[in-house]
Design a protein around this ligand. Structure first.
Ligand SMILES: Nc1ncnc2c1ncn2[C@@H]1O[C@H](COP(=O)(O)OP(=O)(O)O)[C@@H](O)[C@H]1O
Ligand SMILES: Nc1ccn([C@@H]2O[C@H](COP(=O)(O)O)[C@@H](O)[C@H]2O)c(=O)n1
Length: 202
């Protein structure tokens, strides 16, 4: 199994790049795991308490579970990925069965911060977009898709996202084998990653 890790700050375009890669490949031999599904279970907290969690700190992620799942897939065992709700700020209790595939892409803001997880990646990619561009994209996306309002997104950006990005996410660029500039859509970089994957699939 070829495992590709794709990191980068919120709104840099990780999900978009991953979708561009797999849409054009049109094969069931490539699957995706999003770090977002591995936020820790916080059912012991009220919704009010959960809204105050720092979701941009490495401690918010269940890295042992994510690492175990990747190891299981490498050992040809299917996994039950938790399903996460951005509205409830919690796992829903449902799971998605994910089967081993020839190529597995793992994407998320914090995936390169954890040494055990990082060691499982054959290729490490960091998607870069400038912080003003990321903030604009995040604002539009969170209001349209994640049930947030302007005040909430801006407040979270200033108090949490920006400092956490500088402390934890941006420094993981140094672990990347490849950096994809994504202020604009980068079809050349997507083509390069697709070529690497195609080689593995043949
Ligand atoms: N290169 C780009 N140019 C303009 N908008 C983009 C670009 N890449 C992504 N977007 C948009 O920005 C938003 C955030 O992108 P997304 O892929 O969800 O980022 P991430 O997964 O890194 O948080 C989405 O609405 C997406 O359509
Ligand atoms: N309940 C939650 C959990 C996470 N977030 C934010 O999601 C961002 C990571 O996802 P991307 O798709 O943007 O990479 C991260 O910055 C968290 O702040 C959230 O808003 N609510």
């Amino acid at each position: 199994m070829l495992i590709i890790g794709i990191a980068g700050g919120t709104g840099c375009g990780k999900t978009t790049v991953v979708n561009q890669i797999i849409d054009q490949l049109a094969t069931e031999d490539v699957a995706v795991i999003s770090q977002d599904h591995y936020y820790k279970d916080t059912s012991n907290l009220t919704l009010e308490q959960r809204t105050k969690i720092n979701f941009d700190h490495p401690q918010s992620i269940d890295f042992p579970l994510l690492t175990q799942h990747l190891n299981d897939l490498r050992n040809n065992k299917p996994i039950e990925q938790p399903v996460y709700s951005f509205v409830e700020h919690n796992r829903t209790g449902e799971t998605t069965t994910t089967y081993p595939t020839k190529v597995m892409i793992v994407e998320g803001i914090l995936i390169l911060t954890n040494p055990e997880l990082r060691d499982l990646f054959d290729i490490k990619i960091y998607v870069h977009a400038d912080s003003d561009e990321r903030l604009i994209r995040r604002l539009k996306r969170d209001i349209a898709e994640r049930g947030r309002d302007l005040e909430e997104v801006l407040n979270r950006y200033q108090t949490t996202l920006k400092p956490m990005h500088q402390q934890f996410i941006e420094p993981t660029k140094e672990f990347a084998d490849m950096i994809i500039p994504n202020n604009r859509y980068n079809t050349v970089a997507v083509d390069i990653v697709q070529s690497i994957i195609r080689e593995r699939l043949t």
